[in-house]
Design a protein around this ligand. Sequence first.
Ligand code: HEM
Length: 427
Amino acid sequence: MGLPDRTEYSRRDYLRHLVAVGGTAALAACLEATEDGDAPTGDPAERPPRQHAWNDALDTDEDGNLRPPEHHVLLALRLRTSPDAGARQQVETALRSLESAYAYDTDGLLLSVGYTPSYFDRLDARSPIPEPDSLTSLESPAFDEFDALVHLASDRADVVLEAEQALLAETSEPNGTAMEATFEGVFERAEPRRTGFVGPGLPAEHTDLDGVPDSVPEEAPFFMGFRSGFAESQAPEDRVTIQKGPYAGGTTTHVESLDLQLETWFEQDNHVQRVAQLFSPVHAAEESVGEVGEQLGTATGVAGEVADETDTHAREEGVVGHAQKAARARDDDGTPPLLRRDFNTVDGDRPGVHFVAHQRTIAEFVRVREAMAGQGLAGEGVGQRLNNGILQYIFVRRRGNYLVPPREKRALPARERTSDTTSTTEP
Ligand code: HEM
């Protein structure tokens, strides 16, 4: 992918294109176009012990919902060496250097490092998480089979690009701070490189792409046109934290990469149908959502009664909502088990979503994803895909499972063959 033409895009859109392109030339162009001055520097000692503890650093929207960072890179890595004490030290020093270069802040850098089952296999250690698998009959995805993944997120495009290159030793002084070590010799870049963005107004700036219709609402933060991630439908960080065993304090990540069929979504269906399919038929009838979800405040109201009526809606209304189906998998006390940190993407020049979710165990992701698939509802009035939430418009391309250790064990975990990670309920 070549560099975008500076004259063709607004500054923000140009920066997003540069993140998608990646590499040294994109970073140089990005630094040149950045008008915000240096990013705030940081202190590794001030980072929380949980890698997934981002919430304290996030801003809130006008209703009090946490606002995800605007730019994201999912950096895939392959191990090049055996993970001995020296390699571990090198990885930890590289990560700490980044944490010195950038503050624990959305103007600085939020990051987490996760490891695949392939990584643990390579070490001849028992994997604390299962291999990724197809989760519905509608998909035949590729799987993340490299060793590790670094999720880099910031409101600044230059920060995610520069942090990625600093780890790979392609730049030596990110934000004016020397890297005391890099991943060079321990990890190399693997495929695919995944990038994305989230925020009000950003999806609508991509209507130049095939597959992104002009009808994407101006203010929508996500491609499908509605706000998401309301406070009440997100798991608290405690709920997704592993409680016991060698990785207590860590979490798991599932990454599901999806293509979106936005033309059908926006041009064959109307707003009322979209609300019914994304939220529920009740939300559509009561017009309780608004143009992009602005009427919802901090909760969709799908939990409880609306979720319980999913089967009835399938039979009597012939349509069920994505959110109402997923809410059926909440805990008995109403707590959602997944902390969703998904973002939009135009990787491959087509619209999609990298759906990043944290949960205590991968089995919990599977449980919620099966509720979302609603296969039992097909035949009850809705189809396998048709009117079955948003299934008609999403196409699963990849899946990956990761263990995200607590921060103190984030550098090449699993020192020895472990017999204490056999729990099937928690890693
Ligand atoms: C293109 C893909 C997707 C879009 C556009 C989308 C959009 C939404 C929206 C608008 C909501 C309601 C607002 C909210 O509560 O945040 C929601 C809720 C939810 N979605 Fe998705 N979603 C997508 C994919 C997925 C996937 C792959 C999963 C995996 C299981 C998932 C799980 C959930 C869950 C658990 C909820 C909250 C339900 C509750 O209230 O308990 N979504 N989604």
